[in-house]
Design a protein around this ligand. Structure first.
Ligand code: NDP
Length: 253
């Protein structure tokens, strides 16, 4: 039996997920880095330490297959981290039904699907950490993120309830709540997603608001902040559920 601990993480191709996977590798864990388009070249790992698997959180078959392969390879999963997510910046009245559902399919239902599939593995092995990455916008909503904030707030309620439901099985269910960082989520992709979503009269307001954000560098989180918070959440044996990471966007609301 391999005694090294194992991390299973979604959305490890970029941003927080990639940084977190590398952080655990650097701390001697085995890592199952899942992503929609597997690329093992993203990481520095020793022989046998890393498994890169395809996983789309909106596809149940890919979730089940990745969890089964990971368990077969490493024996047990000590931390399962739901990191995959998509950002959305824009006026709610300009957000189409299709976009609204796309955000929830990934950020909310995708997380629930991975949790439901992972729980039997964690329960049968006698426990582990189940960690959902949300966002500080869930509790301190900023303007122009209503749908995103709702998708993350739903995960927070879900996770808080699960933490009680799964505690009897030794499963430590946790929320890592990052502040803003210019990853692709709310950086390049986010900006792209904003196009057409801030029509007049929101346009000038949006420009002014995001200019204001630039003036609060201390409000920003780093990828390192998030990786460290996920590591604390994975290794802490106490009963804490929430792990804020990096900035506090309350000052920006
Ligand atoms: P990135 O865009 O850099 O990373 C998001 C990851 O999610 C990518 O690996 C992406 O994969 C993956 N992903 C998206 N959709 C799916 C899907 N259907 N199935 C599997 N993987 C998917 O953004 P971040 O690193 O910033 O985001 C990571 C998490 O942190 C997200 O949950 C985000 O909401 C949250 N967060 C981010 C904040 C920020 O300011 N950046 C603030 C607060 C929370 P692919 O490469 O295939 O697109």
């Amino acid at each position: 039996m391999n005694k090294t601990r194992t991390l299973f993480i979604t959305g490890a191709s970029s941003g927080y997920g990639k940084a977190t996977a590398q952080y655990f590798l650097d701390h001697g864990w085995n890592v199952v880095a899942t992503m929609r388009k597997p690329d093992a070249g993203l990481f520095t790992a020793t022989e046998g330490q890393l498994q890169v698997l395809p996983l789309d959180v909106t596809n149940a078959d890919s979730i089940n297959s990745a969890l089964s392969q990971a368990t077969a390879t490493f024996g047990r999963l000590d931390a399962v981290v739901n990191n995959a997510g998509i950002g959305l910046l824009g006026a709610f009245e300009a957000t189409s039904d299709a976009l609204l559902r796309e955000i929830f399919e990934t950020n909310t239902f995708g997380v629930m699907s991975v949790c439901r599939a992972a729980i039997p593995h964690l329960r049968e092995q006698g426990g582990g950490a189940l960690i959902n990455v949300t966002s500080s916008t869930a509790i301190a909503p900023m303007p122009l993120v209503a749908v995103y904030a709702a998708s993350k707030w739903a995960v927070e309620g879900f996770t808080e309830s699960l933490s009680h439901e799964l505690a009897p099985f030794g499963i430590r269910t946790r929320i890592v709540e990052p502040g803003y960082a210019p990853t692709t989520n709310l950086g390049a992709n986010g900006a792209h997603r904003m196009q057409g979503l801030t029509p007049p009269p929101y346009d000038a307001f949006a420009q002014a608001y995001f200019a204001k954000l630039q003036n609060y560098p201390t409000a920003y989180a780093t990828e390192q902040d998030i990786a460290e918070a996920v590591f604390r959440a994975a290794t802490d044996e106490g009963d804490q559920v929430r792990y804020p990471a990096g900035s506090d966007t309350r000052m920006l609301a």
